[in-house]
Structures are given as C-alpha cells and as structure tokens.
Design a protein around this ligand. Structure first.
Ligand code: RFL
Ligand code: PHB
Length: 396
C-alpha cells in the first residue's frame, strides 16, 4: 500500500490531521493500534480553545460540539479560603473556551473519517518507521495478524508519548527536555450535577484540586495525590471529603460539592517533555508524540490540534505550489507555541500544587502570586491570554 501521508495514531492529532488533509484533497492512511471502542472511551482532556473549536467547525466536525459543548467565559481560583473569578472576555478582547470532552472530539472525527475519508485502520500496530531521511519512508505495522508495510511520501507520528515514531529520529539529532513532578492527579467521573458554572482550580494546604464537568449531570474532578497512589486506596467518601476540604471558602462555609456515584477513577502522573526538532527528513512529529504538558493548564489537546493545523497548511502549500517552505518551517513554527504552553502549564502546576518538599516560604510565594492574579488586571490578563490560547503562529 502507498499513500501521500502515512499517519501513525488515531488520537485527536492523527484524526484531525487526516480530516484536514482529506478536505485539502490530500490522501492519507491512519494506523491506530487500539480498537475503536477503546479510543472513543479513553478519558482525557476537557477544555477546547477557540482555535481548536474553529478548526473542528471548519473541518466539518462542529455540529455536536455546537449543540452539546459548553462555552465558558472564565475560571475560578480558590486559595487561602478566598474565591476569585478570572473573566476571560474582558481580559482578552472577547476570547473564551469550551468544555467538550476529548472522547467526544474523537468520536466525531472517527465518524466523519469512516463516512467519507481515507482509510482509518484500527488494531493496526506500528512497529517502526524506516527511511525517514529518504524520499520514500516506510511504515511497518501488524494488522489482522499479518506484518504489512505502508510506503509514504511523508510520515506523521501522532502516536502519543508512548509511540514509536520518535524512535526513528536518531539520538544524535534529537534533544529531549523533560521535567517530572513529585505528585499525580486522581481523576474521577461522577454522575453528579456540577454545582459550579465554571471550572474551579484550588490551591489548599491539603494540595491541589480541580472541579470540571462533562455535562450538566456529570462532574469531572481531580485531586493532587502522591506519586504511586493506588486509586483503590481512595474510597468514594474519602475523595468527596477531600475535595470539599480543598475547595473550602471562608466566606461560604456551607459550600459543598453535590455527590453522586463515581463511575471512573484513575491516577495520572504529571510530566513536561519536549522533543526537538519536531521533524526529521520526511517524518514529522505532532501532539503528545513531540511534547507533553501537565494537565493543569488544559493545553495538551489544544497543542495537538494546533500542530496539525500548521502541518495541514504546509501539506496544502506543497500540493498547490510545490513549495516546501511551510513544511521546512514546521518544527520552528510549532516549538515557539509549544514552549509558551510548556511555560504556562509549568506555571499553573507549580503555583497551585503543594510540593511535598516545599517550605512555608514557598507556600507564601504561591499565595502571593495568586493574590497578584486576583488583584492586578495585568496578572489576570496574562493568565487569561495563555489559558484561552495565544494565536502566535496559527493565525499568521
Ligand atoms: P494521543 O491521544 O495519546 O493519541 C495517540 C494515539 O496513537 C496510538 N498509538 C499507536 N498507534 C499505532 N501504532 C503504535 N505503535 C501506536 N502507539 C500509540 C494510541 O493508541 C493513540 O490512539 O495523542 P494526541 O493525538 O497527540 O493527543 C494528545 C492528547 O490526547 C493529550 O495531549 C491530552 O489528552 C493530555 N491529557 C490531558 N490533557 C488535558 O488537558 N486534561 C486532561 O485531563 C488530560 N488527561 C492526558 C490526560 C493525557 C494522558 N496520557 C497521554 C497518558 C490523561 C492521560 C492518561
Ligand atoms: C478536564 O475537564 O478534564 C480538565 C479541565 C481542565 C484542566 C484539566 C482537565 O486543566
């Protein structure tokens, strides 16, 4: 089999890229290791920036997002017993974000691709990319029990942090920048209506907590826990009690979350990671395959989307004009935005979490920083601009 663009991974990056290429008249094949049900049910991100919403709409994947997505005009910060709202439109010249789960984005893109797109193969596990520095790179994969090859003009590794595409970049070419954090998140889904209209990010002496949502009847909640935590050690009651303690506000002592059956419980580690460059020969890396952010800034899915917007434009330029100018600029173009998101995610993470080693001096610095956001329009605007998404390259 031969294709113009071989895409490894059917997560949000791979699926969106396939859609954008299809709309530009460029053929592609998507190879996804897992089965469809697994990919559609994998619980992950929940916040979409304006640029992500815009691209999903223009790609034809906006119908359910417009019907069921929940636009949010701000977030609440809770710290030191106080609550402060950050209003996005007034601080950013009108920008907002949407709550629409990654599971739903993935379902919408899969349905479109299977209806009229190029091949999307599930349970097709890629083992290796060969000849990335030649004119005819090859993807080796197993599908329906057989070893197969896909020759391509270009290969895009959208295979996430644990994928194989990154390995095709020789060690001498690749530089990795990484940081791990001394805490994880325990995330739950609960059949309980959120009693808050907007997401709540809480700093507390017990550690970080986040209240998000999936629908008017389903809450998505996160708690900072030590690395290595077994979710089985956290009973539902313990989770709810701990969440209520971390969200406590002095002026409203009766405030409590609405409790309901917990339907999913998992622990996720926190990591920052960037691989440079994001291109080697005819192999491009996009999304989590190239970079990871801790989820506190809600950037992971949005970074994946903006990478593939840049890449799809570059392939469209190549098709229309024969120029590789945008493809050649891909890595530098993306890395500028990636590093901005890395910094913001690091800032949100280290400002809101309690490092087990941190001194009372460092806790005071965190509280001072949060107070600054609550009292200075400049500091609040800096947070709001980053949270709602800086355009940087994407609009230029
Ligand atoms: P994905 O979503 O990881 O998709 C990669 C796809 O590649 C497939 N794959 C392979 N296919 C074929 N052959 C191989 N050898 C393959 N190896 C892997 C995988 O099965 C998968 O389908 O990457 P993508 O598309 O770049 O999208 C990025 C986002 O998924 C990610 O940035 C966010 O979800 C990050 N993230 C979160 N972000 C948030 O903003 N809020 C969250 O709550 C949040 N939770 C999470 C997360 C990421 C997690 N990961 C990656 C472990 C929770 C988790 C558990
Ligand atoms: C989510 O809804 O899953 C979510 C929202 C905001 C974050 C992280 C996760 O910062």
């Amino acid at each position: 089999m031969h294709t113009t663009v071989g895409i490894i991974g059917g997560g949000p990056a791979g699926l969106l890229l396939a859609r954008l290429l299809y709309n530009a008249g460029i053929d592609s094949v998507v190879l996804e290791r897992k089965d469809r049900a697994y990919v559609e049910q994998r619980q992950r991100a929940g916040i979409l920036e304006q640029a992500t919403v815009d691209v999903l709409r223009s790609a034809g994947a906006g119908a359910r997002l417009d019907a069921e997505g929940m636009p949010h005009d701000g977030i609440e910060l809770r710290f030191d017993g106080r609550a402060h709202r950050v209003d996005f439109p007034s601080l950013t010249g009108g920008r907002r974000v949407w709550v629409y789960a990654q599971t739903e984005v993935v379902k919408d893109l899969i349905a479109l691709q299977l209806a009229d797109g190029g091949p999307l193969l599930f349970e097709a596990e890629v083992h290796a990319v060969e000849g990335a520095d030649t004119d005819r790179p090859v993807i080796r994969y197993t599908h329906e029990g057989r070893e197969q090859t896909l020759t391509c003009d270009y290969v895009v590794g959208c295979d996430g942090f644990h994928g194989v595409a990154r390995d095709a970049v020789p060690d001498g070419v690749r530089t990795t920048y990484e940081r791990t954090y001394p805490y994880s998140w325990l995330g739950i889904l609960a059949d309980a209506p959120p009693v808050y209209d907007e997401l709540i990010y809480a700093h507390s002496e017990h550690g970080f907590a986040l209240a998000s949502m999936r629908s008017p009847s389903v809450s998505r909640l996160y708690l900072q826990v030590p690395n290595g935590t077994d979710p089985a050690d956290w009973s539902d009651e313990r989770i709810w009690d701990e969440l209520d303690a971390r969200f406590a506000v002095t002026a409203n002592p009766g405030w409590r979350l609405k409790r309901g059956p917990v339907t999913a419980k998992s622990v996720l580690p926190m990591r920052s990671h960037v691989t440079e460059p994001m291109r080697y020969g005819r192999l491009f890396l996009a999304g989590d395959a190239a970079h990871i952010v801790p989820p506190t800034g809600a950037k992971g899915l949005n970074l994946a989307a903006t990478d593939v917007i840049v890449l799809a434009r570059a392939f469209a330029q190549l098709k229309e004009t024969g120029s590789t100018e945008l493809l050649d600029a891909y890595s530098d173009t993306c890395l500028r935005r990636v590093w901005r998101a890395e910094h913001f995610s690091y800032f949100m993470t280290t400002t809101l979490h309690a490092d087990p080693e941190q001194s009372s001096f460092e806790t005071k610095l965190q509280l001072s920083q949060l107070d600054r956001v609550a009292t200075s329009t400049h500091a609040a605007a800096e947070l709001a601009e980053n949270y709602t998404g800086l355009s940087l390259d994407v609009d230029s």
